[in-house]
Design a protein around this ligand. Structure first.
Ligand code: G3H
Ligand code: 13P
Ligand code: ZN
Length: 315
């Protein structure tokens, strides 16, 4: 069942975070739905602009409609990840997405508000909810590269004004994370002080944490042992998710960790079976491994076991 993130956030606020997972293909879709049902968790399925153009946006929509039929007990939101204004409008008009992100965080404050407000007005007219972003993460997101040294944390005072003037439904905050597998070069970590001040200024308002993959060292080691070259990869400690949730983070974005599962499975498979050239055997292993990964991540997020509570809320 496709729902808006609004309902999911009402259920989760202050207690746990909902996992927001990016998908691009059939195998990810199968593993994602299976893992969330295995752990009895509601979830957010995210589609990036790059995922929409990987094959064709309609192919992804068809996949998700299919998964909704194959897994009728699943409760999830369909969300555009890091949309620009044009893509956000396209998703709003598609009638398929229940939630969109407008990411104008690269624009000056007033322009970010103006762009976000245009998307909010169009989305709300159709019952669709909007995530916006203020502040800049390090690393690479979509086409925009922001040097980690110049990463700009969200200003808690500006956050309140931004939400009031733009009318957005949730806010992605920069609190020290970055996208990708190389998040921290030294001793940097999450700025819970900044998060606490944002929550103080916006009590009860759903916050979003991007760049939250854990980049498990065991996974990186297995990839490297099977011919990969990911030296110095480092992520966010998943044991910090619950503290973030208590401080108002209701959505935690995870993409890179899923890519690592894919890379590990395929590298090890073809290393160990060099004579094999069938795509289905490693695909099967990946779907099972991805489901297992999602279920374990939901335990860290606290969303595991919440499916029936959420079902009562969404009716
Ligand atoms: O934040 C970006 C997400 O990880 C999506 O990545 O744009 O390569 O699909 P992508
Ligand atoms: P990761 O690169 O840490 O998985 O972050 C994903 C993300 O923020 C998607 O919007
Ligand atoms: Zn992101």
């Amino acid at each position: 069942m496709i729902v808006t993130t609004k309902k999911l956030f009402e259920a989760a606020y202050g207690k746990y975070a909902i996992g927001a997972y990016n998908i691009n293909n059939l195998e990810q879709a199968m593993g994602l739905f299976q893992g969330n049902l295995d752990s009895q968790a509601p979830f957010i399925l995210q589609i990036s602009k790059g995922a929409r153009s990987y094959t064709n946006k309609l192919m992804l929509e068809a996949l998700i409609r299919g998964a909704d039929e194959v897994f009728p007990e699943a409760i999830f939101a369909v969300h555009l990840d890091h949309g620009d204004e044009e893509t956000a409008m396209d998703c709003i008009n598609s009638g398929f997405y229940s939630s969109v992100m407008i990411d104008a965080s690269h624009a000056p404050f007033d322009e970010n508000i103006a762009i976000t407000k245009r998307v909010v007005d169009a989305a709300h007219a159709k019952g669709i909810v909007v995530e916006a972003e203020l502040g800049q993460l390090g690393g690479v997101e979509e086409d925009i590269s922001v040097d980690e040294a110049d990463a700009k944390l969200t200003n808690p005072v500006e956050a309140k004004e931004f939400v009031e003037r733009s009318g957005c439904d949730s806010l992605a905050c920069a609190i020290g994370t970055s996208h990708g597998a190389f998040k921290f070069t030294g001793t940097q970590g999450l700025h819970f002080d900044v998060l606490a001040n944002i929550q103080k200024n916006l009590p009860g308002f759903p916050l979003v944490m991007h760049g939250s993959s854990s980049v498990p060292q065991e996974e990186v080691a297995r990839i490297n042992d099977a011919g990969g070259k990911m030296l110095g990869a480092k992520g966010v400690d998943a044991d910090q998710f619950k503290r973030a949730a208590e401080l108002g983070v209701t959505k935690i974005n995870i993409d890179t960790d899923g890519r690592l599962v894919w890379t590990r499975v395929h590298r090890e498979f073809f290393r160990d079976k060099p004579e094999n050239f069938d795509l289905r055997p490693p695909g099967k292993i990946f779907m099972a491994a991805y489901a297992e990964f999602i279920a374990a991540k939901n335990v860290k997020l606290g969303s595991a076991g919440q499916l029936e509570n959420v079902r009562k809320l969404v009716g």
